[in-house]
Design a protein around this ligand. Structure first.
Ligand SMILES: Cc1cc2nc3c(=O)[nH]c(=O)nc-3n(C[C@H](O)[C@H](O)[C@H](O)COP(=O)(O)OP(=O)(O)OC[C@H]3O[C@@H](n4cnc5c(N)ncnc54)[C@H](O)[C@@H]3O)c2cc1C
Length: 372
């Protein structure tokens, strides 16, 4: 049986861009519904709780980021303003103490006593970046968010409305709407959603050729009872040319347990071949070689390989970029779709595209288009 939902504006994707778009529309008195394929909100934003919570500490505070960790207020004013507007607690990335250079197997790490101070200042959120998603979600009516709704077909109807065909765990759903805002990576838009009539070739090519930021990467977190590295005068940051982690940072919660995180420097194909268990083992060996025996006894370890996430990465996203690409969408959806189909999501933004800030900038643009 096919169920039908009617909504004036359908937003595809419940990541930061989709949620912020719904929030902005609500402020302008426009009702919208978010359709999210996963059974959770946040998209590339994931903050996981410790499996052994610290007594007296809110479990939502003691969480660790497996997606984005940082925003940079001096560079990204939209993020800074939103964090303040939502009353979230931001704190500076811990970087007091020496930085370590990993010199590979059998060699002791080299200490750089001056450490490495990032500029501009990197800020984190208490409770992880998911706090931002949760704060936005609480501002919306509960029926404005539909989880487990994967849109796979978009059809322009003779009435001028748009029909969205959507797979859900309980069967197909048809959504009829006047306007659609897509808030998902551009590659997923062109590769996983069918359009009738088709989108212009120029737009499809541009979407397919736009790399999804960080989709090729994997992030590892090891949680500890204490930040023992700080007692050794270490900041928790380390760099390595041998890996498996190539860039390591302190990822401790503002309250509660301590943690180290790192980006895995092995490419997606090699990660698959190695397998998860081996990858975690060699990563723990590396952390122990760098930070000492205490590093070998984490409370929790978390690993997310973003290249294996089908609602983030496509086959093409198995390979990352050497540098941050220039984002922004040049091609338009016209003539068949006119202003009824609006494309948002961080990769569509020429302002800070790829970053959280780009997701917000794209939402502002989309909300403006709807209002006009
Ligand atoms: C490991 C990692 C580290 C990062 N570090 C940082 C950082 O420190 N600072 C920073 O600024 N940025 C960072 N980023 C980038 C940041 O996460 C993204 O810019 C931002 O989260 C993108 O938000 P978005 O809403 O545009 O897209 P997404 O978060 O990808 O959201 C898209 C949503 O659409 C959903 N979806 C997909 N297909 C469909 C469909 N067919 N139907 C319905 N829903 C669908 C997805 O499930 C997802 O929820 C990082 C990313 C990763 C992965």
């Amino acid at each position: 049986m096919t169920t039908t939902i009617n909504t004036p504006v359908a937003i595809i994707g419940g990541g930061l861009s989709g949620l912020y778009t719904a929030y902005l529309l609500q402020q302008r008195g426009i009702q919208s519904t978010i359709f999210e394929a996963r059974d959770r909100l946040g998209g590339r934003i994931v903050s996981l709780p410790s499996s052994k919570p610290t007594a007296n500490i809110d479990a939502n505070v003691e969480r660790y980021d497996l997606g984005p960790s940082w925003f940079w207020p001096d560079m990204h004013p939209l993020m800074d303003n939103l964090v303040n507007e939502l009353g979230l607690t931001a704190f500076q990335q811990y970087q007091t103490g020496a930085h370590l250079f990993d010199r590979g197997r059998g060699n002791s790490p080299q200490r750089h006593e001056l450490g490495i101070a990032t500029s501009p200042i990197s800020m984190r959120l208490s409770g992880g970046m998911l706090s931002l998603i949760e704060a936005l979600a609480t501002k919306l009516p509960t029926d404005a968010i539909q989880l487990g709704h994967q849109i796979h077909l978009m059809t322009q109807l003779a009435t001028g409305d748009i029909a969205l065909t959507c797979a859900t765990p309980t069967g197909d759903v048809t959504i009829t709407t006047q306007k659609v805002i897509t808030a998902l990576p551009l590659r997923l838009l062109s590769d996983t959603i069918q359009f009738s009539p088709s989108l212009p070739d120029k737009l499809i090519n541009e979407c397919t050729n736009t790399l999804t930021w960080m989709a090729a990467h994997a992030k590892f977190v090891a949680v500890y009872d204490q930040p023992f590295w700080r007692q050794q005068g270490l900041s928790g940051s380390a760099s390595s040319q041998t890996g498996p982690l190539v860039e390591i940072h302190d990822a401790s919660a503002l309250e509660g347990k301590a943690a180290l995180f790192g980006f895995v420097g092995i490419n997606a194909t090699a990660r698959k071949t190695a397998g998860r268990e081996t990858l975690i083992k060699v990563t723990m060996d590396q952390l122990t070689a760098l930070f000492g025996e205490q590093a070998a006894k984490p409370v929790d370890t978390f690993l997310i390989d973003w290249s294996e996430e089908k609602f983030t990465a496509t086959e093409q996203d198995q390979f990352g970029a050497n540098s941050h690409p220039m984002y922004g969408l040049a091609a338009s959806t016209s003539p068949d779709w006119n202003s009824n189909l609006i494309i948002a999501g961080t990769e569509s933004s020429s302002n800070a595209g790829g970053y959280l800030e780009g997701a917000l900038a794209s939402s502002l643009q989309a909300a403006k288009q709807i209002t006009h």
